[in-house]
Ligand binder design. Structure first.
Ligand code: AMP
Ligand code: TRP
Length: 345
């Protein structure tokens, strides 16, 4: 990891919008657990303010928020090692987000490819929040002066925007080094898990067909069925990873196998060189079930006790607030806001 003037701190978040996929697990949650088990402080957020940039039914939002906490904990995040909380319980996110709306430039926001993809032809009808979303994401990260952000490939541009916002704030207010220039951590074989039906598109919560994705709560039978029906090609597995170059579906399945088993794609190819799909797919399905089934069983157990989950969020939010609020107070002073008797809140 790069040297910085700031204490190393990891921050990341996932939206509680609909179910969680194998892409979320391999691209994000599994990496969160890896980083928790280093001696760097780790903060993991359920970004509910982000979720409502597109319509969320309130009771489904509450359910998805709790289910994401259950997924974090069932996957190995531990509240004695990581801060786990939901964004809306720490007001500094929204407040710093506003300040960053006044730092970020329209030209920067207009370049955000995820907005363009999500808004599509419907750009006139999407919420203003969806457009401003990356500036709120910068506030999430910088309210903790986080130095490292583990994310999937699709979030790289947003972390770059965070760096631009930090640099402009430090420069405009003549507070060099106030905010760190955060590094994205995009590593491993699963920075971009692709669909099972279309290996050229990212596996996503909201893709057209449920057969295109593995959900973290899918039953073992369904996982087996989805891998069996996953698109592959007519060739056996190649002798080396270079042979996967123009075979997106094959490459994706090998990468998934590698990430699930904690191995490199090279070592998977070494084992399965020349194998037919009839051998590889069942092995992959078994592996996926062996990893995901204990997690989804534990998730359902945790979901039986929503009060316990809410308690995790309340305690985590208090800890998060203790870090973010003083940063916000410094920002208010730097910007020139007068703070009265109600501070510190
Ligand atoms: P989201 O579900 O959009 O809130 O994404 C949460 C995290 O999961 C982010 O770090 C994403 O980059 C990551 N992620 C989502 N889908 C995928 C995917 N198909 N492959 C890899 N990472 C993903
Ligand atoms: N934008 C991220 C996504 O859609 C979620 C997110 C919000 C996030 N705030 C963050 C990720 C801060 C990392 C750090 O996947």
């Amino acid at each position: 990891m790069a040297e910085t003037l700031h204490t190393q701190r990891v921050f990341s978040g996932i939206k509680p919008s609909g179910g969680l996929t194998l892409g979320n697990y391999l691209g994000a949650i599994q990496r969160f657990v890896d980083m928790q088990n280093t001696d760097i402080e780790t903060i993991y957020c359920v970004v509910d303010l982000h979720a409502i940039t597109v319509w969320q039914d309130p009771s489904e939002l509450r359910h998805a928020t709790r289910e994401l906490v259950a997924a974090y904990v069932a996957s190995g995040l531990d509240t004695s090692k990581s801060i786990i909380f939901n964004q809306s319980q720490v007001p500094a996110h929204a407040e710093l987000g506003w300040i960053f709306n006044c730092v970020a430039r329209m030209g920067w926001m207009n370049r955000m490819t995820q907005f363009k993809e999500k808004a599509g032809k419907n750009a006139e009808a999407v919420s203003l929040g969806l457009y401003a979303y990356p500036s709120l994401m910068a506030a999430d990260i910088l309210a903790y002066k986080a130095t490292h952000v583990p994310v999937g490939e699709d979030q790289k541009q947003h972390v770059e925007l965070t760096r631009d916002i930090a640099a402009k704030f430090n420069h405009d207010f003549k507070v060099p080094d106030f905010f760190p220039i955060t590094e994205p951590i995009i590593e491993g074989a699963s920075t971009r898990v692709m669909g099972l039906r279309d290996g050229t598109k990212k596996m996503s919560k909201s893709g057209a067909s449920d057969m295109d994705r593995i959900n973290m709560t899918d039953s073992a039978e369904l996982i087996v069925k989805k891998f069996k029906k996953a698109k592959s090609d007519a060739e056996p597995l190649p002798e080396s990873v270079e042979g996967l170059k123009d075979r997106p579906e094959a490459r994706n399945l090998v990468n998934i196998y590698a990430s699930l088993s904690g191995r490199t794609s090279e070592s998977v190819i070494e084992e399965y060189a020349g194998a037919q799909w009839g051998r590889f797919k069942p092995a992959l399905a078994d592996l996926a079930v062996s990893v995901l089934e204990p997690i989804s069983t534990e998730m359902s157990r945790l979901m039986q006790d929503p009060a316990e989950i809410d308690k995790i969020l309340a305690e985590g939010s208090a800890k998060a607030n203790a870090i973010a609020q003083p940063v916000l107070e410094d920002v208010y002073d730097i910007v020139g806001f007068i703070r009265g008797q109600q501070w510190p809140r």
